[in-house]
Design a protein around this ligand. Structure first.
Ligand code: PGA
Length: 263
């Protein structure tokens, strides 16, 4: 697990977007796993800007979103399809048919979850998975006590997640309690994972993710089992890490190797 401690608000988004664009340059058929929420918005803005400057071609890219609320009608403004259109898809040249979401309406959901996983494999597997983290340690909507081997399925949202996300809903507005999410096992199959966290509200989840035992009580801690995960943290989200000084030193030494062209 590589820890990158960032200092300016925009720095993490810049670093992640640059990494995605570098990979896209090498592999035009890049397969991206995407997240919603406030955390990844800066990355999407930078990808859209790169496209508008003629620097990024998404015409052969496939995307797979992590999760979606169950039974929000397509086009609903609280839905994650709507979010992704607003923040990314309508600003880049990705074909509609290359955009994939877990099934979140209709019937036969278990079979269609399996098909969603099969589709990921058919296009070669996810190259880079973008993640945020919940204040309870969830990744995607894998709430605490999710199986560390779980695959795409329906999850019941915890009270904590419902409270955290209630800011997006007007008083009295229906807030979905069920969602369909890639599993932790699905996420761990990605070749690279990039996770951003901002704000003191995430500091306990980040501490447990990085320094806690691997445990389903903090789903983020499963990332310790992944060979190529990088965490981009602002000072507040990193504030409870006991080994912060070590991560800073590691970051400096690694960036020296990079500057020397040795990595
Ligand atoms: P946020 O949500 O980016 O809105 O903080 C992250 C998450 O719940 O995974």
């Amino acid at each position: 697990m590589r820890i990158v401690l960032t200092h300016e608000l925009d720095q993490a988004a810049e670093l992640v977007a640059t990494e995605i664009l570098r990979q896209l340059d090498k592999k035009p058929k890049l397969v991206l796993g995407l997240a919603t929420g406030s955390t990844p918005v800066g990355i999407y803005r930078k990808l859209a800007e790169a496209h508008q400057r003629g620097k990024a071609d998404f015409s052969r890219v496939h995307t797979f979103n992590l999760d979606e609320y169950l039974d929000l009608p397509a086009g609903h403004e609280r839905g994650y399809r709507y979010f992704m259109d607003e923040h990314l898809f309508q600003h880049i040249n990705i074909p509609r048919e290359n955009i994939h979401f877990p099934p979140s309406e209709g019937s036969d959901l278990e079979r269609r979850c399996v098909e969603f996983e099969e589709r990921i494999l058919e296009v070669g597997g996810i190259d880079i998975q973008v993640l945020g983290i919940g204040s309870n340690g969830h990744i995607g909507f894998n709430e605490p006590m999710s199986s560390l081997c779980s695959r795409t399925r329906i999850k019941t949202l915890t009270d904590k997640t419902l409270t955290d996300n209630s800011r997006f809903y007007a008083e009295g507005e229906h807030q979905p309690e069920l969602a369909v999410t890639m599993g932790i096992g699905t996420i761990l199959d990605a070749r690279k994972i990039v996770l951003q966290a901002f704000g003191a509200k995430k500091s306990e989840a980040i501490r447990a993710t990085v320094e806690g035992p691997v445990s389903s009580s903090c789903p983020g801690s499963a990332l310790q089992l992944h060979p190529a995960t990088t965490l981009y943290l602002d000072p507040d989200s990193a504030s409870q890490l006991r080994e912060r000084k070590y991560y800073e030193r590691a970051q400096q030494l690694q960036s020296k190797l990079r500057q020397e062209g040795r990595l």
